[in-house]
Design a protein around this ligand. Structure first.
Ligand SMILES: O=C1O[C@H](COP(=O)(O)O)[C@@H](O)[C@H](O)[C@H]1O
Length: 232
């Protein structure tokens, strides 16, 4: 695991973008494709500001969601909806490059459908992402994997439904650890004093929390700004 400290949110956005540029270009050079998973929450802002700055072959990108809320695409809670409005117009990405959840169905059906879509994307049951871009909530959750929730121990489902998310909206789908920890690279991007206590508990005290359980086969990076890293 590598911890990268930066001064503030602006520097975090630039640092994150530079890592994504390198990882995407390596993947495209070596495998001619780049499979990436995006998160919602504060990561959306970091990516919508940082990604338009990078040099990459956008046509080689396939984009999935580390978790997604089971809501209509035009809802403010839809992670795809937000990227669609705020990222696509600033890059050469098209909507067709995003793997989106099925609309108008239950979380259970959305998770099954999403699993099928990923099987088609990877042409395999082995969902090997080049990069997962992760956030962490102030309670230590990542994706839609919350402290104490039974999904932390899910080993069969790769994409799981959750209908009792403690953070609204309650109905979501999420990657589980068998997919997360199969990734070639995972990057957490964390900014602000509101995350400082949890950063200490996870990175210093190694407390068993959802974000701590992200231990990919590949590389793990935590990019943390000064305000979030104050207790390290
Ligand atoms: O609900 C969610 O929360 C986490 C963390 O969000 P943040 O705003 O505290 O960064 C996010 O990573 C996840 O994708 C999202 O659905």
């Amino acid at each position: 695991m590598t911890t990268i400290k930066v001064g503030n949110e602006e520097e975090l956005i630039k640092k994150l973008a530079s890592y994504i540029e390198k990882i995407s270009n390596d993947a495209i050079l070596n495998r001619e494709k780049f499979f990436v998973g995006l998160s919602g929450g504060s990561v959306v802002k970091y990516l919508c500001e940082g990604l338009p700055l990078i040099n990459t072959d956008w046509s080689k990108w396939s984009i999935a969601f580390c978790d997604e809320r089971v809501v209509p695409e035009d809802s403010d809670d839809s992670t795809f909806g937000t990227y669609s409005r705020q990222l696509i117009p600033k890059t050469q990405l098209t909507k067709e490059q995003f793997i989106v959840i099925k609309q108008g169905v239950s979380a259970e059906e959305a998770a099954k459908d999403y699993t099928q879509k990923l099987k088609e994307l990877f042409k395999s049951d082995n969902f090997k992402f080049d990069l997962l871009l992760l956030g962490m909530g102030p309670d230590g959750h990542t994706c839609s994997l919350f402290p104490g929730h039974p999904l932390l121990n899910e080993t069969t489902l790769k994409i799981a439904p959750i209908t009792d998310s403690p953070k609204p909206p309650s109905s979501r789908i999420t990657m589980t650890y068998p997919v997360i920890n199969n990734a070639r690279n995972c990057i957490f991007a964390i900014s602000g004093s509101g995350k400082a206590d949890m950063i200490k508990r996870i990175l210093k005290e190694k407390e068993d929390l959802p974000a701590t359980r992200v231990k990919p086969e590949g590389s793990l990076y935590w990019i943390v700004d000064n305000a979030a890293a104050i207790h390290l």
